[in-house]
Design a protein around this ligand. Structure first.
Ligand code: URA
Length: 238
């Protein structure tokens, strides 16, 4: 790859700005100053530094965020802050996007990557990747609801859902539940409860396929996936 393209992709500025960096002698490849913008580097083997700082190039980025409420799962929005706005520049320059959508008021696990192939695999309706949510429900969740969800419920638009695995953690005027579903229809969890006459008042995603929310992440915080998490996602077949 051309050195100017690599540095520009990494957020060191436009091609023109990068050209100036090179001209100024700020860039070294394998300890030799390189001034030619067209110089080719092997991002795997060559040691590149800018102002003496080592530059690591990589194509893909995989982040786990604990999505806070009030933020949109999109790359851009004219009104609201997006999850991408919460990233450090060094991460956002790689142009990652959220894998699937959580509602503005939903919290919890969100995978953010620029690996389109992985995103496609996880989102494909054919794959039925299980997603587990914790929710607080206004109303008493009963065994009848568990059976109804196991059979599949009919949503407001007439769609009959695939079976959902409902686990009641606490039942009362307000109930705590966990629900695992294998689809991702718009507002699906909220609409499934609506179908049995109840309302979701808090929703948090706990897991997606083999990936579980790291509970040590505060709302709005994120981290890179560990090697184990990434390997589990790559190997994952539903
Ligand atoms: N189901 C919902 O209703 N909302 C979400 O954000 C995710 C699943």
């Amino acid at each position: 790859m051309r050195i100017d393209k690599m540095l520009s992709n990494l957020g060191f500025g436009s091609r023109k700005e990068v050209k100036k960096l090179l001209k100024d002698g700020a860039v070294q490849v394998n300890q030799k100053v390189i001034k030619d913008s067209g110089h080719h580097v092997d991002s795997e083997k060559d040691a590149v530094t800018v102002h003496g700082e080592e530059v690591l190039y990589r194509e893909f980025i995989y982040l786990m965020m604990n999505k806070p409420p009030g933020v949109i799962s999109a790359t851009e929005d004219s009104r609201d802050q997006t999850v991408i706005d919460l990233l450090e520049l060094e991460d956002s320059v790689l142009e990652p996007f959220p894998v699937g959508r959580l509602d503005k008021d939903t919290e919890g696990l969100l995978l953010i990557t620029n690996d389109g192939q992985l995103a496609h695999k996880l989102l494909s309706p054919k794959k039925h990747v299980p997603k587990t949510y914790f929710a607080v429900i206004d109303g008493e969740v009963t065994e009848e609801d568990v059976h109804a969800f196991k059979k599949g419920v009919v949503l407001d638009d007439g769609y009959e859902t695939k079976p959902g695995d409902l686990n009641i953690l606490k039942s009362g005027i307000r109930s705590d539940i966990e629900l695992t579903i294998t689809e991702g229809k718009f507002h699906q969890v909220k609409r499934m409860f609506q179908a049995v006459g109840k309302r979701v008042v808090y929703l948090q995603r706990l897991s997606m396929g083999p990936l579980a929310l790291d509970e040590s992440l505060e709302l709005g915080e994120y981290r890179e996936l560990t090697e184990e998490e990434l390997e589990a996602l790559m190997k994952y077949e539903v």
